[in-house]
Design a protein around this ligand. Structure first.
Ligand code: ADP
Length: 163
């Protein structure tokens, strides 16, 4: 079964990576797809986000890294994915995610949305929180893959603590 894990990944966090690893274990593979959203100005350009994901998932078999614009369900159809995977960190994610899942179901009833609960140790992580910490010189090395920590340090012209 082909599974699509779409998101902004701006940047990839260890929470995202945890979900990718667990979906590979569950489904044997996953298509991680970066959404090019014209309504958002990302902190990292698309190519850099794709590179971050490729680097962080190089040890995993069955991970395909891709990008798309437009409707997620249309991309799911194009790549033959029957499942859209989304992560749930807290109740606050639920309302929005449920709305999107219902919308997507009305557009493409054959594509199912599956929610996976975030691992407890990553439930506080979001790309925006990570950027906020990095912007002010805090240590993000326990929040993101090593390559992303380096990219964040460059983005904010900082040298991050190594531990
Ligand atoms: P989007 O803008 O589509 O929400 P994100 O990159 O913020 O893109 O998130 C992509 C997916 O990863 C979403 O399903 C989100 O719930 C999930 N996610 C975000 N942070 C975490 C985390 N810490 N642990 C697991 N999943 C997460």
């Amino acid at each position: 079964m082909k599974v699509l894990y779409p998101g902004s990944f701006d940047p990839l966090t260890l929470g995202h990576l945890d979900l990718i690893e667990r979906s590979v274990r569950l489904f044997g593979g996953v298509v991680v797809a970066v959404l090019q959203n014209p309504g958002k100005t990302p902190s990292f350009p698309l190519d850099q986000r794709l590179g971050q994901i490729r680097l962080a998932t190089a040890h995993l078999r069955g991970v395909e890294v891709s990008s798309f614009d437009g409707l997620t369900v249309e991309f799911a159809r194009r790549c033959d994915a029957m499942v859209i995977l989304r992560g749930l960190r807290a109740l606050s994610d639920f309302e929005f995610e449920l709305q999107i899942a219902h919308t997507n179901h009305s557009l493409a009833p054959e594509v199912e949305t599956l929610f996976m609960a975030t691992s407890a140790q990553h439930s506080f992580l979001s790309s925006s929180v990570v950027k906020e910490v990095a912007r002010f010189g805090g240590n993000v090395r326990h929040m993101v893959p090593a390559g992303v920590a380096d990219d964040l340090a460059r983005l904010f012209n900082r040298t991050t603590p190594s531990a």
